[in-house]
Write a protein that binds this ligand. Structure first.
Ligand code: NAI
Length: 506
């Protein structure tokens, strides 16, 4: 149940006005302040317009309009906030500015008033360190647009009173938002969990494995992400995303899991920021991305049978069905015939390593993704020794039923396996570090990032043991601590437990 009577929101930009709208809509009185008077008026006008349109579209009861608007009032001076029992700060993302504001607020408000910050990257304990009563300071990190993104991180500073956290969580839940309570750690919960998607996509790009458009198409179609990582960079702005990557990497003392991409600085210097600058990983004309339609390859004669390494009946049936449409034969022997194009289905291993291990003929062997995605989009992964004509035959045959085929360069874990395993492994690390209990992590990530499953749910869906194999293969190939397995993942595989199983103290 909500225990706050009057909320003061400081900073009337994109976040402040959204927070005001959310709580006014939930029946709480809100005062909106900004150091620029015009920003307050603009925010109130913006919210009025938004709510009027919601009524016109039938999404808001007409009777609710006037009382909701009446609950949002301007506070043209900071002093006008004196009677508030909760102050939510959404000003510029700058530690000194926030600390100075909190010091002023402490002088103004009652001893029991709670001070919350909507910061997305600054330590709550550091903000609180400037206050006389740090126990009343907490993080209250919303996502944009606030009324629609139904999740908020309630961040517990080192000295925050547990009752403050409970009261903020109850307020958020009462307004229909999931309150993800989390300790004060870099990136909090959601921005930390998000480090495995965009940054790994940049790593794949940097290694020359595929183009941004290919990576986006593969991840959306194979794993069900609503947006590809490069579309997301362009939407958020690469400058903003890169600052988050650098901040989290720095705050974790150069932890290799979070290393930002060296591709980015040159792009930033060139103004390739995304939608807002008209060009990022895609080009934009009148706010719309110029489509990058893949060029259809010239048809070739399919004059070879195919051989498939997998003994999994379901996989064999799927592949045989596509090849039949192409009029190509799938050999049944345990070893390939002398003419066969050899399709291999590695888990985590790259095609070259698999060929070296199995002694299959390199000139006619390539990899096909069957673990993460086959129905909507197919991914073929040749290696440098493959005969180009045989690649052309494979590409045509595997797309004979009309499903688009992407050809990428040799990589451990193709693209989908690699990104999937990274997301799961990082989710395990977050659970291990007690940053969130499994259910909280998965729900927060789904709500805030729009993933079809949470990191741990993804792991259980695809099989923790297989995810562990992919991560170990990546680690083996790159020999980098970036890809080391999380103890949470290893233990649950060893014990045969689901990744979503909570642990005492989590
Ligand atoms: P914004 O730039 O749209 O609005 C900030 C407002 O604060 C401006 O109107 C500015 O005049 C005012 N302001 C600056 N210093 C002030 C001061 N000392 N006292 C009173 N008002 C002051 O910024 P936005 O996007 O709303 O972000 C606000 C905060 O929320 C930042 O800490 C940001 O990191 C965080 N945040 C932003 C998200 C986003 O997607 N935009 C998401 C989650 C958190």
């Amino acid at each position: 149940m909500n225990t706050f009577k009057r909320i003061g929101v400081i900073g009337s930009g994109a976040m402040g006005r959204g927070i005001a709208q959310l709580f006014a809509g939930a029946g709480v009185e809100v005062l909106l302040h900004d150091s620029r008077t015009e920003a307050i008026d603009q925010a109130l006008a913006y919210n009025r317009d938004l709510l009027e349109r919601a009524v016109a579209k039938g999404r808001l009861d007409a009777d609710a309009l006037a009382p909701t608007l009446a609950r949002m009032q301007p506070a043209y001076s900071l002093e006008a906030l004196a009677g508030c029992d909760l102050l939510i700060e959404a000003i510029v993302e700058n530690l000194e500015a926030k600390q100075a504001l909190f010091q002023k607020l402490e002088q103004l408000v009652g001893a029991d008033a709670v001070l919350a910050s909507n910061t997305s990257s600054l330590s709550i304990s550091l903000i609180a360190s400037a206050c006389q009563r740090p126990q009343r300071v907490a993080g209250f990190h919303f996502f944009n647009p606030v009324p629609l993104m139904k999740v908020v991180e309630v961040v517990r500073g080192e000295l925050t009173d547990p009752e403050v956290i409970e009261r903020l969580a109850a307020l958020a839940e009462g307004a229909g938002h999931f309150a993800a309570v989390t300790p004060d750690s870099p990136g909090f919960l959601v921005n930390h969990a998000g480090r495995a998607y965009g940054p790994e996509a940049l790593r794949i790009l940097a290694e020359g494995i595929a183009t941004p458009a290919q990576i986006d198409r593969i991840l959306k179609d194979s794993l069900g992400f609503p947006m590809g990582p490069f579309e997301l960079f362009d939407l958020t702005g690469l400058d903003v995303s890169h600052a988050v990557m650098e901040s989290i990497h720095g705050q974790f003392y150069q932890e290799p899991r979070y290393t930002p991409s060296a591709l980015v600085p040159a792009r930033l210097a060139s103004g390739l920021l995304g939608r807002k600058s008209g060009r990022g990983f895609y080009r934009y004309v009148e706010g719309k991305a110029v489509p990058d339609e893949p060029v259809a390859p010239a048809p070739v004669l399919i004059d070879r049978p195919f051989w498939l390494d997998s003994r999994d009946a379901a996989v064999r049936d799927q592949v045989a069905a596509v090849l039949a449409v192409a009029g190509a034969e799938l050999e049944q022997g345990s070893q390939p015939g002398p003419q066969a194009i050899c399709l291999v289905t590695p888990l985590g291993e790259d095609a070259s390593s698999l060929i070296a291990r199995t002694q299959l003929p390199a000139q006619r062997t390539l990899a096909l993704e069957t673990f993460a995605g086959f129905d909507k989009r197919r991914v073929l992964m040749p290696q440098p020794a493959l005969d180009p004509n045989l690649l052309a035959q494979a590409r045509q045959a595997l797309g004979a039923d009309g499903v688009p085929v992407e050809v990428i360069n040799d990589s451990p874990g193709f693209i989908a396996q690699r990104v999937l395993a990274g997301i799961v492994n990082l989710g395990c690390e977050i659970a291990q570090r007690r940053i969130a209990a499994p259910a909280v992590l998965d729900r927060a990530v789904r709500l805030a990032l729009g993933y079809p499953l949470g990191p741990l749910g993804f792991g259980d869906h695809y099989g923790a043991e297989k995810i562990a194999r992919i991560i170990r293969a990546l680690h083996e190939l790159y020999q980098e601590p970036r890809y080391r397995i999380s103890p949470w993942l290893r233990r649950r595989v060893q014990l045969g437990l689901p990744l979503t199983a909570a642990e005492e103290g989590a």
